[in-house]
Ligand binder design. Structure first.
Ligand code: ZN
Length: 383
C-alpha cells in the first residue's frame, strides 16, 4: 500500500507531499517524491497530516464500554471503536475495585488478550489505577476499597493477568520503596499518583526509578508554596513523564501552558482518562459502582459534582493542547506517541514514522478530525 500526498510528521521535520510505502505490517519506505505504484493500492491523503498512531496509556472505556463490567465482547467493542479517535494502541485502566472484582476482571482480560484477529486498536495491557492509592486524594475511587501498596496482592494480580499489567498507579509514600522495586523488577511502570504526599517524599522512589506520574495536578497535592506536593516534584524532575488530561476541563489552559513550558514536549504524554460514556449521548451512567452524569465532554459524580474521568476523545485532547499552547507538529508527536512508546518499551517497533517500524498511523486534517487510522499496516478506519 502507498500513502501519497501526505504531510509526514517526523521528529526533525515535516515532509510536504511525502509518500509512504507499507508492506505487510511495516513501513518500508519514506519518500519526498511519489513512489512508483507498481500494482500497489494507492491512497491519496490530499495534503493532510500523517502522524504516528496515538497511544493512550490511561483510558477506562468509551462507546458504552466499561472495561471492568459487562460481557466478554466489551474489550473488542472498545478496540474497534477507539480507532475513530486515531488511537492505534492503548493501556486500559481500572479504577479501585474489590480484590475479587479485580481478579474477575483480570481473568476476563487475559482471555481477551489471548484472542486473535482483532480488527481494531491494539490493547497493550492494563493500567491499575487503584486500589493502592491514598484516601486523601481518592478522586472518584471508592474509599472503602483502598489498600496500601501490597506486594503479595500485586503478585497475584500479575499472575492472573498473565503478566499483562503494564502500569500501576500508587501513593508512593504508603510503602518503603519495596513495592516500587517490585514493579520495576516485573517490567511494570511505577506511576505515582492519587496521593497527598509532600514534594520531598517522591525522592526515594524517584531514585529507585519511579519516573511516571498519573494525570499531573489531578488527584494529587499541588503547588502550595509552604507545602509543595507531588505536582511540584513531577515538574521539577525533568525526566519524569507526566500524563496530562488536556481536554480543557481537567486543567485550566494556563496550567497546560505551565506544564508544557516546564516539562517540554519530551516529558509529557497526553491521555484521555475517558470512561464508558465517551461517544454516547449526555445522561446518567455508572463508573464502577459510582453514579455519574455526562454533559458534553464533562463527566461528574452525581453525589458531589467531582470530576470522574472524561468524555473527551483523544484527538480532541491533542487539538486542544496544540492550539492553546501553539505546539509544533514535530513536538506534538512526542506527546501523543513517542514518549509513551519509550516508557512502555515498545519504541523499537512502533511510536514513530520510521522505515522498518510497524505501520501504526493516523491521518488528520487541520482541525484534527481523524480521516484514516492504520494498525499494523491495515486500514482499520476511514472517515
Ligand atoms: Zn483514570
Amino acid at each position: 500500500m502507498i500513502l501519497k500526498n501526505a504531510k509526514i510528521v517526523l521528529q526533525d521535520k515535516i515532509i510536504e507531499n511525502g509518500s509512504l510505502l507499507i508492506k505487510d505490517n511495516k513501513i518500508i519506505k519514506i519518500s519526498e517524491k511519489e513512489i512508483d505504484a507498481n500494482k500497489e493500492e494507492v491512497i491519496d491523503l490530499k495534503g493532510n497530516y500523517l502522524m504516528p498512531g496515538f497511544i493512550d496509556c490511561h483510558v477506562h472505556g468509551g462507546y458504552g464500554v466499561d472495561f471492568e463490567t459487562g460481557d466478554e465482547k466489551r474489550f473488542l467493542t472498545f478496540s474497534e471503536n477507539v480507532i475513530k479517535e486515531g488511537i492505534t494502541s492503548y493501556v486500559q485502566a481500572s479504577v479501585t475495585n474489590s480484590v475479587e472484582d479485580n481478579k474477575k476482571y483480570l481473568t476476563e482480560f487475559k482471555n481477551f488478550k489471548n484472542a486473535k484477529n482483532i480488527k481494531g486498536a491494539k490493547c497493550l495491557g492494563v493500567h491499575m489505577e487503584g486500589p493502592f492509592i491514598s484516601a486523601e486524594k481518592k478522586g472518584a475511587h471508592d474509599p472503602n476499597l483502598l489498600v496500601k501498596p501490597n506486594i503479595d496482592l500485586i503478585k497475584e494480580f500479575i499472575e492472573i493477568s498473565n503478566k499483562n499489567i503494564k502500569i500501576v498507579t500508587y501513593a508512593s509514600e504508603l510503602q518503603d520503596g519495596s513495592f516500587t522495586k517490585y514493579l520495576i523488577n516485573n517490567k511494570i511502570v511505577p506511576s505515582v499518583g492519587h496521593t497527598n504526599q509532600e514534594s520531598y517524599e517522591l525522592e526515594k522512589d524517584y531514585l529507585l526509578g519511579a519516573k511516571h506520574v498519573t494525570h499531573i495536578f489531578n488527584g494529587m497535592s499541588g503547588v502550595d508554596h509552604y507545602r509543595p506536593g507531588l505536582a511540584v516534584s513531577a515538574l521539577t524532575h525533568k525526566d519524569i513523564l507526566v500524563e496530562v488530561i488536556s481536554d480543557g476541563v481537567h486543567l485550566n489552559e494556563d496550567i497546560l501552558d505551565l506544564i508544557y513550558k516546564i516539562k517540554g514536549a519530551d516529558n509529557i504524554c497526553i491521555i484521555t482518562d475517558s470512561i464508558n460514556a465517551k461517544g454516547l449521548s449526555d445522561g446518567e451512567y455508572k463508573i464502577g459502582n459510582l453514579e455519574v452524569i455526562k454533559k458534553g465532554i464533562e463527566v461528574r459524580l452525581k453525589s458531589n459534582n467531582v470530576l470522574a474521568g472524561s468524555g473527551a476523545t483523544y484527538n480532541h485532547n491533542v487539538k486542544f493542547y496544540k492550539e492553546k499552547c501553539l505546539i509544533p507538529m514535530t513536538e506534538l508527536i512526542k506527546m501523543t506517541s513517542i514518549n509513551i512508546a519509550k516508557q512502555l518499551n515498545i519504541y523499537e517497533k512502533t511510536g514513530s514514522i520510521e522505515e522498518n517500524k510497524i505501520a501504526d498511523l493516523v491521518v488528520v486534517d487541520k482541525e484534527f478530525n481523524v480521516l484514516y487510522t492504520f494498525v499494523e499496516g491495515k486500514k482499520v478506519y476511514e472517515r
